[in-house]
Design a protein around this ligand. Structure first.
Ligand code: KG4
Ligand code: ZN
Length: 326
């Protein structure tokens, strides 16, 4: 069974062809990072226009790289939530047009579920596990009991962790996207140089707007501070919040495994701290490879495959939403 996965929820156009949920025949990405870099963040209307330009050539290329044609595709999986509405609309409208013209079924995919299951493109993970999805738009914790069976434990009450990375990088003049830049310069800084506070939130929720403001205030008062030290100290505060809440959730729910996914899961300090502290608790922690952590079409095709097998079909009335179903 061959599934065409389409991802356009934010600023990356992702298209993949996945066979039987196991063999990735192609996985292509068209990034808009240079365009949005000029503005220091994603501009929704521009993102949608770029998806419109990129989608058809990328689908053609993905099919040709996979060595298949439209008639070989059994199902079209498309992200319809959560995300930027103009961006989602381009992907969903395109998928519906394709499904109608080719008389193929569509499966609607939740972007957060796709991130939580991206690890399965590379290896199986035994259920149950706790999944931390941490990216530019989301910071959510899930208890995952099976394929398509997720319960939300908590989420950010304000900024996503990746958004905080991007905003702090801007304050430090490190450019966009900020996460990789902060990761890089932090290696030359002292993570204990400044004690930035992270808000104490209830249960398994997160909050990152306070630490971002604390960095802005600190930089105003200390204009000569070493950017490497500020970056490393900020990163340490965010990593501490992510690691401690996630592992607490795993202990409390009795899940002995943790999956960390989304763009921020590329962060080297986050990976290091998770591995060390999960190991101490006798837990296993899994990270997809960076290309499957950030937005991609393969994770969408993966979720569409099992949901198709479970009998899921979207109608041609399929709509988009800024909210996750989970
Ligand atoms: O998953 P993703 O590609 O798109 C969203 O769904 O948001 O994540 C992008 C986010 C950006 O905020 C970017 O700064 C962050 O992931 N990011 C990182 C790293 N690489 C990407 N944050 C921290 N450290 C990194 N190495
Ligand atoms: Zn994402």
């Amino acid at each position: 069974m061959k599934v065409l996965g389409i991802e356009t929820s934010c600023d990356d156009t992702g298209v993949a062809v996945l066979e039987d949920g196991r063999v990735l025949l192609s996985n292509l990405l068209s990034s808009q990072v240079d365009l949005h870099g000029i503005f220091g963040g994603v501009v929704p209307e521009l993102a949608a226009r770029k998806h419109l330009d990129a989608l058809l050539p990328l689908v053609d290329e993905a099919l040709s790289e996979a060595g298949v044609s439209f008639k070989d595709i059994d199902c079209i999986g498309v992200t319809n939530r959560p995300g930027l509405i103009p961006s989602l609309l381009v992907g969903v409208t395109f998928a519906k047009g394709l499904a109608y013209a080719l008389d193929k079924p569509i499966v609607a995919v939740d972007h957060l579920e796709a991130h939580a299951f991206a690890i399965f493109l590379e290896r199986e993970v035994e259920f149950p596990f706790v999944a931390l999805v941490v990216s530019g738009g989301h910071t959510s914790l899930f208890y995952v009991e099976g394929f398509g069976s997720l319960k939300r434990l908590g989420q950010t009450l304000d900024d996503a962790a990746g958004e905080a990375f991007d905003k702090v990088a801007k304050l430090l003049g490190l450019g966009y996207p900020g996460g990789p830049a902060i990761d890089r310069v932090s290696k030359m800084g002292d993570p204990g140089a400044v004690k930035f506070p992270v808000a104490r939130t209830k249960g398994y929720d997160f909050s990152f707007s306070g630490v971002k403001t604390a960095v802005a205030v600190y930089l105003k008062k200390n204009p000569d501070a070493r950017p490497e030290d500020v970056a490393a100290s900020f990163q340490e505060a965010v990593v501490e919040a992510l690691v401690s809440k996630t592992l607490k959730a795993a202990v409390d729910t009795g899940a002995a495994r943790v999956v960390v996914s989304g763009g921020v899961a590329c962060n080297s300090r986050l990976r290091e701290r998770f591995l060390k502290e999960a190991g101490r608790l006798g837990m296993e922690v899994f990270f997809p490879s960076p290309k499957f952590c950030t937005d991609n079409g393969a994770m969408v095709a993966y979720v569409a495959t099992y949901r198709y097998k479970q009998g899921d079909r979207a109608s041609l009335d399929l709509d988009v939403s800024s909210r996750s179903w989970i």
